[in-house]
Write a protein that binds this ligand. Structure first.
Ligand code: ATP
Ligand code: BTN
Length: 241
């Protein structure tokens, strides 16, 4: 479904799922602009008209809520693969939910639960990908960013991108639903922006160490003063250390 201007494609799709209007995994809603685009923890996602992709897809998490971490990482892998295959762009992923090119943010992923956390729970996968941002973005985004037109050096057909993204996501998420995250660990680690680098994790805990990659559950492995520790996403943010 394509909308013109909406508050947030994640909110719109969530409402549809809760109203029982959507139950086919892979169902996708896109918009041209958002007036209340969201990032994690209520942060704002800058969403000007026709300048980005505002994309939300419904998925059923058959394995239950504990698989949400892996799902979000598989989404990042799907995006990185597509960028490489279609646009020859080398993207990196920042655990747990962002895609970077040349150290700048290209794309954010926001996975939200639509309803109760039970086996076979409903999730909304929100993706914001910058395509060709206007100058004013400089005043609206408080970190370094990049857009796909610049990163790839080509004009981007957003309709084609939506179709390819949906196809790639359905393919990898179907594999994830059947086989879990373990077969994606190596690929995630190859795309990992901070692989073998010094990092700090901030949030409800604060630790420093060397980022080793992720484990079979998608938890982040950090070699700290207290040995190798595994951290689960949610409220944590990864930064250079
Ligand atoms: P983390 O996810 O590690 O906590 P983050 O700073 O990337 O870190 P998010 O909540 O993932 O935080 O994303 C929201 C942030 O993304 C905003 O605070 C802003 O800095 C940035 N941002 C907002 N809109 C855009 C955009 N269109 N393109 C790139 N970055 C954006
Ligand atoms: C992040 O980096 O924190 C995630 C940003 C996710 C933005 C997308 S745009 C489409 C969808 N609708 C929203 O309100 N947010 C996501």
């Amino acid at each position: 479904l394509v909308q013109n201007i909406t508050d947030s494609t994640n909110s719109q799709l969530m409402q549809k799922v809760q109203d029982g209007l959507v139950n086919e995994p892979g169902y996708t809603l896109v918009a041209e602009a958002q007036t209340a685009g969201r990032g994690r923890r209520g942060r704002n996602w800058y969403s000007p008209f026709a300048a980005s992709l505002y994309f939300s897809m419904y998925w059923k998490l058959e394995q239950g809520i504990q698989a949400a971490m892996g799902l979000s990482l598989v989404v990042a892998i799907a995006i990185a693969r597509l960028l490489k295959q279609q646009y020859q762009v080398d993207a990196k992923v920042k655990w747990p939910n962002d895609v970077y090119v040349d150290g700048k943010k290209l794309c954010g992923i926001l996975v939200e639960l639509a309803g109760q956390a039970h086996a076979g729970c409903d999730v909304i996968i929100g993706i914001g990908m910058n395509i060709r941002l206007p100058q004013q973005a400089l005043d609206n985004i408080d970190q370094q960013y990049i857009d796909l037109a610049y990163a790839s050096g080509q004009a981007i057909d957003r309709n084609l991108l939506v179709a390819l993204l949906q196809q790639q996501l359905i393919m990898l998420l179907t594999e994830f639903t059947h086989n879990g995250f373990s077969c994606f660990v190596d690929e995630f680690n190859q795309y990992n922006q901070y692989r073998d680098k010094a990092v700090k994790l901030i949030g409800n805990t604060e630790v420093q160490g060397i980022c080793l990659g992720v484990d079979k559950q998608g938890a982040l492995l950090v070699n700290t003063a207290a040995g190798i520790q595994a951290y689960f996403g949610g409220e944590l943010s990864l930064r250079p250390g």
